[in-house]
Design a protein around this ligand. Structure first.
Ligand code: FES
Length: 283
């Protein structure tokens, strides 16, 4: 309980942060390269065109070799070998940030009557309740017409997601169902593939709406292969109560939050009068 209160009063990971560095959507996740350096407890992200050739990942030299002053390739190799000989080997473990499920919102914070815009992993998404499929859907938050944010739109009386700008209506599969300006007796322009919205795989687990950060059709049934991490305690009423779920947008990374939560001595001071904590010692 105390931990939950601290979490409430202090922070929450910045998956939801509007300040999160967006990864270019025009450069798909295949350009993301990650290497985890176990020794230095750091995680290095970079993007490179060569990633595509070599797979998703690029092995980066450790910090020691990165800042070497060698001028020739041979020198570089010597320094790299010398620096790393006495160090534990850098972990070869690779983590693909775009090959994971991500939480968007707890259901208790989602209103079925309207669309909800969120930025997760730098991706703008809109979550909305599809009453026809009786499911939460997660779409790219850009209308295919003029890129207006669909999260600014509404759910129309037929249960479709309607764009705020010119009123195009979309069904739960991302297909355009209706273009108000198109003459009824003209070509069925709304059936064009260009009129479709990108749909992200989504799933509800532990009372949380999750999404898979790719609209590529190959991931449509990703849930059959891989599910979001399951936390049994979140479904156990003796551990949690609905009102203890919360999300908060914070303009910093998760590592700052972890450091904060590992530092309980700040609570009586930083949260003074904000939350019920033990009295600070006096002398
Ligand atoms: S921008 Fe969405 S309908 Fe025109």
């Amino acid at each position: 309980m105390e931990a939950m209160q601290m979490l409430k009063a202090s922070s929450f990971p910045s998956f939801y942060s509007s300040y999160a560095k967006p990864f270019s959507k025009s450069k798909p996740p295949s350009n993301l390269c990650v290497q985890t350096n176990e020794l230095k407890k750091t995680c290095i992200l970079t993007c490179s065109k060569s990633c595509k050739k070599e797979g998703r990942f690029l092995n980066l030299p450790s910090a020691a070799s990165t800042f070497s002053t060698a001028t020739t390739e041979a020198d570089q190799e010597t320094i790299f070998t010398t620096k790393t000989d006495n160090e534990p080997k850098v972990s070869e473990e690779k983590f693909d940030w775009y090959d994971q499920w991500y939480p968007i919102m707890p259901l208790c914070d989602l209103d079925k009557r309207r669309p909800h815009g969120k930025k997760v992993m730098g991706i703008d998404v809109v979550a909305w309740w599809d009453k026809n499929d009786e499911q939460w859907k997660v779409f790219d938050d850009r209308c295919p017409h003029r890129l207006a944010p669909l999260s600014e739109g509404r759910i129309d009386p037929s249960g479709r997601l309607q764009c705020v700008y010119h009123g195009w209506c979309f069904g739960g599969a991302g297909d355009c169902k209706f273009i108000p300006q198109a003459p009824g007796d003209g070509p069925q322009v709304h059936t064009s593939k260009k009129a479709c919205v990108g749909v992200y795989p989504s799933y509800v687990q532990n009372g949380i709406l999750w999404f898979w950060p790719s609209t590529d059709a190959q991931y449509k049934h990703i849930i059959l292969e891989k599910k979001p991490p399951y936390v049994p305690e979140l479904d156990d009423p003796s551990y949690t109560r609905p009102e203890e779920f919360l999300t908060r947008d914070l303009p910093y990374g998760y590592e700052v939050l972890i450091e904060n939560l590992m530092d309980p001595s700040h609570a009586p001071y930083a949260h003074y009068t904000i939350m019920k904590v033990w009295e600070p010692p006096t002398r």
